[in-house]
Design a protein around this ligand. Structure first.
Ligand SMILES: [Zn+2]
Length: 333
């Protein structure tokens, strides 16, 4: 079977996001206004827009919904840099800083109201509701597919994972196929039911029939290896979506999980992990130790379940009750 998909040249249509307008075959950078502060200052997000020469869908690749989810930010820059709009079917919106206030505040959440951007938001709500409203209307609704990149943060380093939203039907099927094409180490099918309507970008988009991946990856910071892997994964999803030539290459055999089991610290102290994200562990296995102010061991930390380390505490000074590690347990057939 040929992986070549026909290229249908576009008529000379501009693709607009905020103040950025790109002609077919062009890549343009600029800003989109997404909200106003209470005093009327405009909140803008940077976008890099690639308008392909050929007909195809619109993909949004974003990071920075959480201001300290740093690992994924250079992935968006790398994707934007390497896309060649002359070989592209469709349009790509790269949005590296979805929550500019959290980025500037070096904060996970929007500093003013301590929340994540709320989707679909409200034009007259709190700042996170207004930001969600602007992102939703200016950017999400222009997209046919979304890759929403998160992690790693001050709180936790993450396995390379995709959370699949169990929305059912064609949308869930597409999300699952996109998830495989991302080549993660872990595919986590979230329970997602009975918790009220979702207000995340990917949750709201999925329910609107815009298949969206919720990606977690890596340890806080910028790393060449994580950037390369993330960008290659995005390009592989684009091959699956037929936006780029070539067949998607499925390179990983991800663990499918439906349950995350958490371990919290029993003491105040410093946490020395002896495992890391993406590693397989067995329930009861030693995965670290807590030491006191003299460096003497207070207790060993044991894996709370058998499976893959989904998340591990990044900042090692811990109090009793703080998160240490979570394990994704394999889905039962
Ligand atoms: Zn996040």
């Amino acid at each position: 079977m040929s992986s070549q998909v026909q290229r249908v040249p576009k008529k000379n249509e501009l693709f607009n996001v905020g103040e950025v307008a790109a002609s077919p075959g062009e890549k343009k950078k600029g800003f989109a206004v997404v909200a106003q502060t209470s005093l009327g200052s405009l909140i803008r997000v940077p976008v890099i827009v690639s308008n392909g020469l050929y007909e195809g869908p619109t993909l949004l690749v974003d990071s920075g919904i959480h201001g300290d989810d740093l690992t994924s930010i250079p992935v968006v820059w790398k994707v934007a840099e390497e896309i060649d709009p002359r070989n592209l079917r469709g349009q790509v919106i790269c949005l590296p800083f979805a929550n500019p206030m959290a980025i500037e505040g070096k904060s996970h959440l929007t500093p003013e109201d301590g929340k994540s951007p709320i989707f679909p938001g409200r034009p007259d709500g709190t700042i996170s509701e207004r930001l969600g409203y602007g992102l939703y209307n200016e950017i999400v609704l222009k997209s046919n597919y979304i890759i929403d990149l998160h992690g790693g943060s001050m709180e936790a380093s993450l396995a390379i994972l995709v959370v699949v939203d169990p929305v059912g039907g064609e949308t869930e099927k597409t999300i699952t196929e996109m998830a495989r094409a991302f080549n993660p180490n872990l595919i986590f099918v979230s329970a997602g039911k009975g918790e009220g309507p979702p207000n995340t970008m990917h949750g709201v988009a999925n329910r609107k029939g815009i298949p969206s991946l919720n990606i977690g990856m890596g340890k806080i910071g910028f790393y060449e290896e994580s950037t390369r892997r993330g960008a290659d994964s995005v390009f592989n999803v684009m091959r699956y979506l037929k936006m780029l030539d070539g067949s998607p290459q499925v390179k990983t055999d991800p663990l499918f999980a439906t349950k995350e089991v958490f371990k919290f610290s029993s003491h105040n102290g410093a946490f020395f992990p002896t495992t890391k994200e993406d590693e397989m562990v067995t329930e009861g296995q030693t995965v670290g130790r807590i030491v006191d102010v003299f460096g003497d061991m207070i207790t060993e930390v044991k894996a709370p379940a058998t499976g893959m380390v989904l998340a591990i505490c990044f900042y090692p000074i811990v109090k009793a009750g703080d998160f240490l590690i979570s394990v994704a347990t394999p889905k039962k057939e």
